[in-house]
Design a protein around this ligand. Sequence first.
Ligand code: PGA
Length: 260
Amino acid sequence: MREKVVAANWKMYKNPQEVRSFCDELPRVLPVHLERHIHIYPQAVVLETLKTTLSSHHIRVGAQNCHFEDEGAFTGEISPKTLKDLNCFGAIVGHSERRQLFHETNELCSKKIQALQKHNLVPMYCIGETAEERKSNNTLEVLKKQLTEGLKLCDFSKRFIIAYEPVWAIGTGEVATPEQAQEAHAFIRSELSKLGVKEATILYGGSVKSENAKELISQADIDGFLVGGASLKAQSFAEICKIGLAGINATQNTEKKMEI
Ligand code: PGA
C-alpha cells in the first residue's frame, strides 16, 4: 500500500502535561482532513496519555520501539501485544539511534517486524547509511543489506512502512538534497519490487523542516516524512504536515473513511 504520511518521532521528549498542551494546539493549526495521514510516536510511558487526549481525532499513534516477544522476563521492554491492547497503530523499528546506541541489528529488526505484524500493527522500518558509508560510496549496498536482512520475516501481504533516514542527516540540520533522497528512495522502491512488493510507502527523515519539505516532497518516490526535532512544536509540525500532505483534499478522505 502506498500512501502519504507525515510522522512525528518525539524521541525521549514530552511529559504528560507537554503531550496535552501539544494536543490542545495541534487541531487549531491543522486541517482535520489530514489527520488520517499523520502519525505520532511518543515515548512509551505517555502512549496512553496521547491516545486518550487524541481520542476524538483520527491521528495514528504508535511506539518508538518494541520487543519481539509478547511477554516474558524482559525487564524494561515494550510488548507488541500490549501495544495492540492499547489500540496503537504500530511502532518504529530500527531507528538509527536504536541501532547505534542500543546495538540493534537487521536480524533483530526483522523479528520485531514479524511480531508487530502478527498483531496487525504496522511497523515503520528505518534504514539509512552513515556519513562514512556515503563517503566511501557504499550507500546503496548498505540500504540493500538493511532491506534484505531486516525484511526477511516481513509479511509483504500486510502493511509496513519504510523510512529512509541518512544517519548523517538526523538531528544535524544537514538535510539530504532532494536528489540524494530521490536516488535512495528510487533504489529502495526497486529493491522492494525485486522482493515482490508492488507498492510501498517510503518516507524521508533527517532534519526535515518546513523550509526544506516542499522540495523533498516534490520528488517522485518520496511519500512523506518522519520528523524529529521539528515535530516537537505543534505549529512547526502542522506546517510540515500541510506541505507533505498538500495533494490530499477533504473529499478524498471522506471516500477513504467509507472504505474503512
Ligand atoms: P530529525 O530526526 O528530524 O530531528 O533530524 C529525525 C528522526 O530521528 O527520525
